[in-house]
Design a protein around this ligand. Structure first.
Ligand SMILES: [Zn+2]
Length: 291
């Protein structure tokens, strides 16, 4: 996909501060370091940009570090030629340096329950994770060096709050880019900026993982959904969707987020675009799209 640009309107897409356009930073909706091609020019003020940068650095620089190293994604920092792997042999940890063709740890991603608001639950401060899924491989070097691939230690360093904020940031900025300010009442801003106590109320995942589209790295889509009398925008995001099969399930986890509410919903015509059949129907109606 070629690079697409969207222009800002002189206000930060997060806090709404007005700035000279030159002072607003451009932003990749999906980070550049994951190959995101949609660029929002004049998106965020310096303060919000700094907060978001820390969130993206955690996910791209720690959670997805090995995957980006193995796949040679773009990086701001110079990449080392090797990374360390540790295996336990007769109860003693052994560490060796491996290059990107030999590194066993692929990527670990968290899976979440659907956002609590979609389940009709009250907000809870506990992160509603269901499991961590690791994609791994056992290259030949393991048998040569007496390593037991089943006993390699996969270190994961995932902060769930940062991960959920990362998902929220992508869904919010994508919706601002395709729908524009004023077309919805944003609900994720406090969460993105780290000021919201109940991330799992608005951001979560799907139990059901549809078949990934092999050639796509990311899938993102937004639909309308009715909860009681209100119409909400629900986003679905899958990063690294072409990871392939793991644990007898196809594809990487799918994340769901409640991006915002449609103002004056009762006066608007939505007809078939509004999904009213409950959560299961909603998640099954998501089809694939390209970010
Ligand atoms: Zn701002």
């Amino acid at each position: 996909m070629t690079i697409k640009h969207v222009s800002g309107d002189g206000y930060c897409i997060y806090c709404g501060a007005s700035c000279d356009v030159g002072l607003l930073t451009k932003e990749h909706v999906i980070p550049d370091s994951l190959g995101g091609k949609l660029i929002y020019d004049g998106a965020s003020c310096m303060i919000c940009a700094g907060i978001i940068c820390a969130v993206e650095d955690h996910v791209c620089g720690k959670v997805l570090k090995n995957y980006r190293f193995i796949k040679r994604f773009k990086s701001k920092r110079k990449q080392p030629l090797t990374r360390q792997a540790t295996s336990i042999i007769e109860d003693i940890p052994h560490t060796i340096d491996l290059d990107r063709h030999q590194l066993p740890g692929f990527v670990t991603l968290p899976c979440f329950r659907p956002p609590q608001i979609l389940l009709g639950e009250a907000p809870s401060e506990i992160y509603q994770t269901t499991m961590l899924r690791t994609w791994k491989r056992a290259p030949a070097v393991f048998s040569e060096k007496n390593f037991n691939p089943k006993r390699v230690i996969y270190r994961t360093d995932i902060r769930f709050d940062y991960f959920l904020r990362f998902v929220a940031k992508i869904l919010h900025s994508y919706t601002m880019a395709i729908m524009g300010r004023g077309s919805f009442e944003p609900m994720l801003i406090d969460l993105i900026l780290g000021k919201y106590k109940y991330p799992s109320y608005l951001i979560g995942g799907m139990h059901w993982t549809p078949l990934p589209t092999q050639e796509l790295r990311q899938e993102i889509e937004v639909v309308y959904h009715r909860i009681n009398k209100d119409i909400y925008l629900i986003g679905r995001l899958r990063i690294l969707s072409n990871l392939g099969r793991v644990d007898f399930t196809d594809g990487s986890p799918v994340y769901l987020g409640v991006i915002g509410k449609i103002p004056h919903a009762s006066q608007m015509q939505y007809s078939s675009a509004v999904y009213e059949d409950g959560l299961d129907a909603l998640v099954k109606k998501f089809s694939f799209d390209v970010s």
